[in-house]
Design a protein around this ligand. Structure first.
Ligand code: ASP
Ligand code: MG
Length: 406
């Protein structure tokens, strides 16, 4: 008998009919002779709606209350699924994150899982029950409810798979797996049969929204193979795992894009020790995460410093940076919020020359101006005008022959 952890995302449990569809799929996996733990997200846009309600009460809702509020979304979907399975004649029980033994630190709205105490869960499984765990939440030592950050149910699923030493972890969503690019932008994009953890992590971090990066990271650390597939079909989807074949290693695996990029440039910064820290420390203190940072070579001891933040953080970031820029005698502080980034990702890049050149050529042939470039060992990212993202994704998909990949 295998122990299987299945996770169903918000769009897969968006209404009563869809929850019944999930119940049938879970029942089938149980009938196949497996022990089943199911993790669910909140129904459809519930979490957004709950956030909206909280902000109607206050411009700054308290983090503790907000976490309790948001955790209820997953409680609703988990109980409804348990009720649906019960109605079909299956023994099923819903558990909150706390009841499932998911212990976290106290960082509300972005809590980290410290450990899992699986006693209760194992007891329920032993009694032949299907256990349904509310995703995206845990509990502190003080028994306060925490949430794991938006999209955190994937992390719940992989963490449970690790904690229970499950045989399989399956993430069900509304698309057919991990695609070579967003099919809304590149019609030739197709679902990959398999992908390595490293590449998946870069894809997820740089814009592919199918899986949460933290969940991929956990999967890699605990060597949990993760299958990502559609809850609306029986196609096998994509296996994320560590044992990639050599053949798959020498090319671009996928294109990621992200529209959520804003840029701040501090022009005419004196080039001396301590300047970067005087700008980035206050940003970190304000809780603003900075992505790409580029500093130009200085001419006559003056340089320009450019960095990017999420669009929603631009105003706040400018408020922090402007007075500092004035204080250090910078000439100007400019911003642009109409940017996006496009990335090519593939493990073969680190040992093979020419990937960057091919990427830049493909973009230049479309007349797309590159504003900033960053790289990792297996990724090249260009920051460009947001209006050109669609063209860029299509051009790169063609340039790296992703439509031919099988
Ligand atoms: N419901 C939460 C969210 O929308 C968690 C999740 O869906 O994974 O972010
Ligand atoms: Mg969701």
């Amino acid at each position: 008998m295998s122990l299987v952890v299945q996770k169903y995302g918000g769009s897969s449990v968006a209404d009563a009919e869809k929850i019944k569809n999930v119940a049938r799929r879970v029942a089938k996996a149980k009938d196949d002779g497996n022990d089943i733990v199911v993790v669910v997200s909140a129904m459809g846009d519930t979490t957004d709606e709950l956030v909206g309600l909280a902000y109607q009460m206050s411009e700054q809702p308290g983090a503790r209350e907000l976490d309790v509020l948001l955790s209820t979304g997953e409680i609703v979907s988990s109980t409804l699924l348990a009720i649906a399975l019960g109605d079909m004649g299956y023994k099923a029980i819903s558990l909150s994150g706390a009841q499932a033994g998911i212990r976290t630190d106290t960082a509300h709205s972005r809590a980290r899982i410290l450990g899992i105490d699986p006693k209760r869960l194992l007891r329920e499984l032993k009694q032949g029950k299907i256990v349904i765990v509310a995703g995206f939440q845990g509990v502190t030592e003080e028994m306060d409810t925490t949430t794991l950050g938006r999209g955190g149910s994937d992390t719940t699923a992989v963490a449970l798979a690790a904690g229970l030493k499950a045989d399989r972890c399956e993430i069900f969503t509304d698309v057919e797996g991990i695609y070579t690019a967003d099919p809304h932008l590149a019609p030739e994009a197709h679902s990959l049969p398999e992908i390595g953890y490293e590449e998946m992590l870069e894809l997820a971090t740089y814009g592919a929204r199918v899986m949460h990066p933290r969940a991929v990271e956990l999967g890699e650390i605990f060597s949990i193979p993760i299958r990502v597939a559609s809850s609306f079909s029986d196609n096998p989807g994509t296996m994320i795992h560590g044992g990639m074949s050599m053949e798959a290693r020498n090319k671009v695996t996928g294109i990621a894009h992200d529209m959520d990029v804003a840029k701040i440039t501090v022009v005419g910064v004196p080039d001396r020790p301590g300047i970067a820290s005087s700008i980035f420390q206050p940003l970190a203190k304000a809780g603003i995460s900075v992505d790409t940072i580029v500093q130009n070579a200085s001419i006559e001891n003056v340089t320009d410093l450019t960095f990017t933040v999420a669009k929603g953080e631009l105003k706040k970031a400018m408020k922090v940076v402007k007075p500092i820029a004035e204080g250090i005698g910078a000439r100007q502080c400019a911003s642009d919020s109409r940017l996006g980034k496009v990335s090519i990702i593939g493990t073969g890049m680190q040992n093979t020359p020419g990937f960057a050149a091919r990427m830049f050529q493909a973009l230049s042939e479309e007349g797309i101006n590159i504003q900033l470039i960053t790289t990792s060992e297996i990724r090249i990212t260009c920051i460009i005008d947001e209006a050109s993202i669609g063209e860029a994704v299509r051009a790169l998909h063609t340039a790296f022959e992703l439509e031919q990949a099988e």
